[in-house]
Design a protein around this ligand. Sequence first.
Ligand SMILES: CC(C)n1nc(-c2ccc(NC(=O)/C=C/C(=O)c3ccc(F)c(C(F)(F)F)c3)cc2)c2c(N)ncnc21
Length: 284
Amino acid sequence: PQVSSNSKPMHLGMFEIGRPLGKGKFGRVYLAKERKTGFVCALKVLHKNELQTGRVETQLRREVEIQSNLRHPNILRLFGHFHDSKRVFLIIEFAGRGELYKMLRKAGSFSEPRAASYVAQMASALAYLHKKHVIHRDIKPENILVGSHGEIKLSDFGWSVHAPTNRRTTLCGTLDYLPPEMLRGDSHGEKVDLWSLGVLMYEFLVGNAPFEDTPIETQKRIVKLNFKIPDFVSAEAKDLITRLLRLDPEKRLPLDQVAQHPWILKHCSKPQTTREKQRNNHQR
Ligand SMILES: CC(C)n1nc(-c2ccc(NC(=O)/C=C/C(=O)c3ccc(F)c(C(F)(F)F)c3)cc2)c2c(N)ncnc21
């Protein structure tokens, strides 16, 4: 479904505004429906006086341009944006089941099959982004939403940049997911997302991040790789986490090998057809 944007400039009157979905970063988000097509989306409203307008316009144009050619089932789409005198409006794909981190807090931690399914979907989304030389750089539960079929949707590309860069993000928010090379301010590439995927997997299974501590302590623990994986985590899961949480970015398990890791295959192998089963049995 395509929001009718390319033809003429969009404006608020084109949308019927529904219930508030909550407060995103910088602004409120509403359920919305495009009147002409009935297309349901999320509408994020940003107040210009809260943004340094000059840069945002260019940033937004660039984001929409980056994202307009990102098509992946696990990547939330930013369809377009428009503005009036006081506000900027973002038209975003609606994620029917909301925020993953709220599910994680409610559940405490996820079962291994559920965590493996999410890690596999993340690996698929990140492989797609890296192929397009986009690094996300802000992988954490707060930036993952859940679609209406339970599939995860990686979001908030407002902060992604083209690889490689050493532009430091404002370290607002949690340090838990920052890889050592970003803490040191070294130049960094796509492998930063591999580190964060390891932190994410740990948090799915354990319920808290591996280096969670006071900000100072967290930084010390990250650069010393000081973390423990509880015994209730299976050996295969432990193996994958330790292959992602490596200080040397080059030693982190590449995404295609993440997708083929025994822990992922054990929980995510799509059901084999009887034909495939017969073939495998004959080969054995
Ligand atoms: C509240 C609830 C939980 N919620 N929130 C969403 C939601 C999902 C994604 C976004 N995305 C963005 O904000 C993206 C921003 C930018 O790429 C950007 C780029 C450059 C800029 F300068 C800027 C700028 F902000 F600086 F302008 C931004 C926003 C809200 C959501 C949803 N889609 N479906 C269901 N529920 C949902």
